[in-house]
Write a protein that binds this ligand. Structure first.
Ligand code: C2E
Ligand code: MG
Ligand code: MG
Length: 773
């Protein structure tokens, strides 16, 4: 860019004030100046040669002697300058040549015009014009030599004696002429310089344009960002190397293809063009394109409307964001999905649930929530390992996903808890049927590493708007229904009902109370003796839990069944009782009291506590009680539970350590006799319901006799429970039952009362009548 101050022209002379610029102007015009001067000098030489003809009229006159040499000098100097000018290299040298020619010709012409001929007058007036207008001197020298030469020639002309009359007029005419010529030169200089400056500016602009075009072209070609120039009708005008590489096609293929073929969703292009027409440019238009190899990429398009050859076109930069989108998707999935099952996690479920509820609220549709909890999942994890647990969770997730529609939501809330949201047309009346189908699906056998894993679930169902309308409330309802399903023995679906809230509240209070009672030591074992029917000897005791309730007095297990049914409470309870039993046995042993073996009862729930047998053995060891002082009593139901795999493990461990196992309440359950063979059972306890009428009811008697015989044949000890009368005891003794337990001998006793009881005189049955045989 040229500094505007260098463009300024002087008011007089019309030359650039900036000498550098003036020099540049002259230098640039040098060839032309030289050409012009050569022509001037040549013409001067030729014309002056011709003027010899005119000068010939003075032949014989004295003026001839002046004219002839003067003319010869002009011709000679013109030829000399003509020759010299071809050799000059700088404007200064050219200027010197001009000045030499000018002054010499002026001197010569000054001599020539002393003839005062009409021609002389014409020359005096004309020649200054040539000096001013034809000789391209700098302004200063144009004026100096123009005026100087005018004076020289005027002096020459006026040197005669008959010119006095016109001298003043002539001087004034020459003066006017000089002034006029100065003005003309000034104007001409100005115009030429302005024109030159304009041409230069134009040339510079053109160069600039060419340079920037070349730069743009280079940039367009080499920038590593795919660029595509497209007509608004979709025809591709140009692409850069990066675009060719990106789209994976050769330039020609890309050249003939309409850009419509690239878009996965052609309507995206329509949207892009609309936005471009509205805004002129679009910075971050997201779309999907297909590459030549058929692969699909996510791209961000930044586009601008441009004009190419008078028509609208779009230049688009294409940024491949496939990897970024994939990373975003991965991050989103990681944040919103469960990594194990790939189901939505609690957070995503929560937002989908809220949306679904808002939608149902809007449309008046129903929404059903199924809260699913796998039964005994912890046991599977503990016995079969976490691999098996994980595989089971994945399998269950897959089954749920398969059986639900795309519009339903299946999520994993954590642990073994899943949730399903089902929209219309499902209504509350049919929710149970769907829940049962889910249960069937979850019960289907699952094989892991060649071994079947028994699976099952409990389901709580809550329905919008029938049960509640707020997400948190509905979730709570489903939770209560699930809780109820678990409490009812699991493996079932339960529909929420409002009274569950009270039940659950009651259960929660009870749980808290039992926990407190355990901590306070209010739950203690009472001991009921087991007696040898023949000898009357106490063979051991059964420990029975009692709650020494501060307000309600002594409570039997039937008043707080939760302590034995709830998986967590029963584990606490088991440990608590065994610890006290072990301490009591140790004390009795230390006192030298023969307490025999002491039995503790184990409920089905307690078997879901995996380390059960190990824990018991540890407690005995810590108390210093040999294991064979302990018995365990189990009911037939423990064989039927789903934890039967580890029931077997626990019983075997007990058995191996000399802990006897008694099958309690025999005859009331549904266990098959096979279990007596399968499991290491040592004793059978006949349930008190058969004993109650044994001496009066033949059916009870027949059952009792059969069980006694069964025990004998299986080499198991048989103990009759609930013996209250001597008649019952006699019947049992007479039918070969070796042991009894019941209020006839003693009510369950506090530990402190045991020693006293053992020392006391005990009931002796009358001797049996001698056999008639
Ligand atoms: P069970 O193991 O069959 O215990 C025998 C039950 O019969 C005891 O009831 C006992 O007091 C009662 N009983 C004993 N002799 C007679 C009698 O002559 N007549 C009558 N009518 N009843 C008699 P209790 O103590 O109420 O225990 C009930 C059940 O609670 C027990 O039945 C046992 O299954 C369970 N239980 C008691 N303590 C514990 C414990 O510490 N852990 C576990 N898991 N269960 C326990
Ligand atoms: Mg018992
Ligand atoms: Mg019993």
């Amino acid at each position: 860019m040229t500094d505007p101050s260098t463009q300024r022209l002087s008011a007089i002379g019309g030359e650039f004030i900036d000498s550098e610029r003036e020099r540049a102007f002259q230098a640039e015009r040098m060839p032309e100046t030289v050409r012009h001067l050569r022509l001037l000098f040549l013409l001067s030489a030729l014309l002056n040669t011709l003027f010899f003809i005119s000068d010939w009229r003075f032949y014989g006159q004295p003026h001839f002697l002046v004219a002839f040499p003067a003319r010869a000098v002009v011709v000679a100097v013109s030829l000399g300058c003509w020759l010299a000018i071809s050799r000059v290299a700088t404007f200064r040298q050219a200027q010197a040549t001009m000045l030499v020619w000018q002054w010499v010709t002026a001197l010569a012409v000054g001599a020539l015009v002393s003839s005062h001929s009409d021609l002389a007058l014409f020359v005096v007036v004309m020649l200054p014009s040539i000096y001013y207008l034809v000789v391209p001197n700098p302004f200063r020298w144009t004026v100096i030599s123009g005026a100087g030469c005018s004076i020289l020639m005027l002096v020459g002309y006026l040197s005669g004696d008959d010119t006095r009359a016109t001298a003043t007029g002539l001087v004034l005419a020459v003066l006017v002429l000089n002034f006029a010529l100065v003005l003309v030169v000034t104007r001409s200089n100005r115009l030429r310089r302005l024109e030159w400056a304009a041409t230069q500016a134009e040339r510079r602009a053109k160069e600039e344009l060419t340079r920037s075009r070349a730069m743009f072209e280079r940039l367009f070609r080499t920038v590593p960002l795919p660029l595509v120039v497209v007509k608004t009708d979709g025809g591709i005008l140009d692409t850069n190397d990066a675009a060719v590489t990106f789209f994976g096609a050769n330039r020609d293929v890309l050249g003939i293809r309409s850009v419509d073929e690239i878009y996965i969703h052609p309507e995206d292009r329509v949207d892009l063009i609309t936005a471009l027409k509205r805004e002129g440019r679009v910075n971050d238009f997201e779309t999907m394109v297909r590459l030549a190899d058929g692969s699909i990429r996510n791209v961000l398009v930044a586009a601008t409307l441009v004009e190419v050859e008078g028509a609208d076109a779009v230049i688009s930069a294409v940024i491949d964001i496939t990897d970024r989108k994939a990373a975003e998707e991965r991050i989103w999935r990681a944040a919103s999905h469960d990594p194990l099952t790939d189901l939505p996690n609690r957070a995503l479920f929560q937002s989908r649930f809220e949306l679904a509820l808002a939608d149902a609220n809007h449309t008046g549709n129903t929404l059903t929530l199924f809260l699913i909890d796998l039964d005994d999942f912890k046991a599977i994890n503990d016995t079969r390992g976490h691999d098996a647990g994980d595989a089971l969770l994945q399998e269950m997730a897959e089954r749920l996903r398969r059986m639900m529609r795309d519009e339903d939501t299946v999520a994993r809330l954590g642990g073994d808890e899943f949730v399903v949201i089902v929209g219309p047309p499902l209504r509350m009346e049919h929710a149970g049927a769907l829940a049962n189908r889910i249960l069937d699906e979850m019960r289907r056998p699952f094989v892991f590493k060649g071994e079947p894993i028994e699976s099952g679930a409990s389901i709580g169902i809550a329905v919008y708007p029938d049960h509640d309308s707020k997400p948190a409330e509905l979730m709570k309802d489903a939770d209560l229904a699930l809780y109820s399903a678990k409490a009812q023995g699991r493996n079932r679906a339960v529909l929420f009902s409002p009274d569950m809230r009270n039940l659950v509240e009651h259960r929660a209070t009870m749980t808290r109370d039992i926990q407190e009672a355990l901590q306070e030591g209010q739950i203690v074992p009472f001991y009921q003796p087991k007696v040898n029917l023949v000898t009357g000897e106490v063979i051991g005791f059964e420990a029975l839990a009692r709650w020494d309730h501060p307000q309600q007095g002594l409570l039997s297990p039937s008043a707080f069944p939760l302590a034995f049914n709830d998986p967590e409470l029963s584990a606490l309870m088991g440990e608590h009782i065994v610890r006290q039993v072990a301490a009591d046995i140790r004390r009795w042993l230390d006192q030298g009291v023969k307490c025999g073996r002491v039995a503790v009862n184990l409920s089905t729930s307690q078997f879901s506590w995996i380390g059960l047998s190990r824990r018991f053995l540890d407690i005995l060891e810590a108390a210093g009680v040999p294991p064979h002082y302990l018995d365990v009593e189990i009911t037939e139901t423990v064989f039927l539970g789903r934890a039967s795999v580890h029931v077997m493990t626990a019983l075997q461990q007990f058995h191996e350590h000399g802990i006897r196992i008694a099958l309690d309440d025999f005859g009331t359950g549904y266990a098959s006799l096979i279990h007596l063979k399968q499991f290491p059972v040592d004793d059978i306890k006949i349930d008190q319901s058969f004993i109650r009428d044994v001496d009066r009811d033949s059916e009870s008697a027949a059952i009792v006799v059969a069980v006694i015989d069964l025990g004998k044949s299986l080499c198991m000890d048989v103990i009759a429970e609930g013996v209250e009368t001597v008649e019952q005891a006699l019947f049992l003794r007479d039918h070969g039952c070796p042991f009894v337990q019941g209020n006839l001998y003693s009510l369950p006793l506090r530990a402190e009362a045991v020693v006293e009881y053992l020392g006391r005189e005990r009931l002796r049955l009358p001797d049996p009548a001698p056999s008639s045989a």
